[in-house]
Design a binder for this molecule. Sequence first.
Ligand SMILES: Cc1cc2nc3c(=O)[nH]c(=O)nc-3n(C[C@H](O)[C@H](O)[C@H](O)COP(=O)(O)O)c2cc1C
Length: 539
Amino acid sequence: MPTNINADAAWNYHEATKHSYTSVRTNPHFLDFGNQPLPFKIYTSLEPSRMPIEVRQTGVAALSAIAARLPDPVQANAAPDLEAVAQLLYLSAGITRQRKYSGGEIYFRAAACTGALYEVELYLVCGDLVNLPAGVYHFAPAEFGLRQLRAGDYRSVLVEATGGEPAIAQAPLTVVCTATYWRNAWKYQARTYRHFGWDNGTLLANLLAVATALGLPAKVVCGFVDATVNRLLDVDSQREVAFSLVALGHDSILSARPAAPSETAARLLTDISPLGFETVPLSRNEIDYPLMREMHAASSLDSPEEVAAWRGDAAPGHTEMRPAAIGGTGMTNLPPPAGPIIQLTPLFDAEMPRDPIEQVILRRGSSRQFARTPISLTQSSTMLDRATRGIPADFLNPFGSQLNHLYLIVHAVEGLDSGAYVFHRDHRTLECLKQGNFREQAGYLGLEQQLPADAAVDTFFLADLRPILQRFGNRGYRAVQLEAGILGGKLYLAAYGQHLGATGLTFFDDDVTAFFSPHAQGKSAIFLVAVGHGVKSKR
Ligand SMILES: Cc1cc2nc3c(=O)[nH]c(=O)nc-3n(C[C@H](O)[C@H](O)[C@H](O)COP(=O)(O)O)c2cc1C
């Protein structure tokens, strides 16, 4: 029986990795700087070929790029050339800033990442593109280059691994995102598996927005046979694992062919020989956190048939369990509002700040301090509206479904009483759960940090894990973390697109649920983003 179905592993992992007032005080963990992992994966025997670094100006406003959805292509071809590939990679995982500190240098990247540890690696699997021959490549951010791991067209392997996912079958290029345990666990121990979703998610928010600005359809794919994808990349899956795929572009010739030509795929699968390329060890020694590997194994999918069923294309009897029933196109499982309702007042397209997506990504950096000055209801509404217009993903069918719910602590929004709110996405309204000044409580909930106390608004993502895990098994846990990371990444971009600041934050799990209860009773805290007027830091 597939292990994914029995979701005990996800529950166990989630419970075991909760932060509480006591857990953070009794954890003897300390940062061993002498054993700090390398921030990059370096293949010792492969030279990267450098990519063009000029950032193409698309002129597409960030607030449009995060919210727009390209129409499903029917016949038109949309394939990135090498320049577009470079743009996609640079603006999602490239080095955008550097800062020296006493222990060395931090290479800050385009998307926010817990601890600036950058455990997500990107690989390309493509057919022949303009100026980039078909192959499997690793993205090397330090050199801003690509290392070719395999020559030739291996896309059918991904078609097979995803059980014939149409977006993958029609894509000239798929980006495979992997996550490396130790690079993040050095600091965060077993909680790192949650960070895989968050950090991959913020990166995907950028990638999706840039793809949209470049006119490339994109789809996030969470359902795939893990072992096949890991084998294609030849990663050591005890250390590094494929976490998500993004199908990019559309090839009308491919789409006219039947998906997953299984003989070719079967032949290719047998062709996937181990590569055995050496990589530089990340640290002197690595500490293993078996709980994460157990969680990963229990959420792995073993066959294309299991993947196809997981995606929701399976037995009609399962339809009531589909994501639509969980999130609906809005929040169908939120009870009807019982408290005062505030209508959001987002900007119309014509009124929006037009700062282009490239500029906004390069400007972004997590706020290290917030001024306690208010933002406007329009700014706050625009962020919520633009960030939640839907994510193209195989676990969010139909388009517009959502697994997480947004709960807010408002400290300083003009025209909105300070207090706790829940966002009703379908109606673009906020329901007030309680009024009051909760700055002190917010600081406490955000792991006793000053940032959530000083922000204008703290947005918490909470999810009802029971139906999600029932529908998607343990893999649903990956999906819910990833969705929160993407939504959080979009909030970052929506804030910086309006010249505001933002930062992701971690939290005391059960205290967050308790704070928003009784409304949030039974839900789990997944992620937190604080937004406000950032105070300029020196970096
Ligand atoms: C999921 C997530 C959680 C984070 N948690 C915290 C936090 O608890 N405290 C904090 O000061 N910064 C937090 N950050 C901000 C990171 O430290 C920051 O993204 C990283 O240092 C990279 O810097 P940059 O975002 O300015 O590029 C978080 C970021 C993310 C994406």
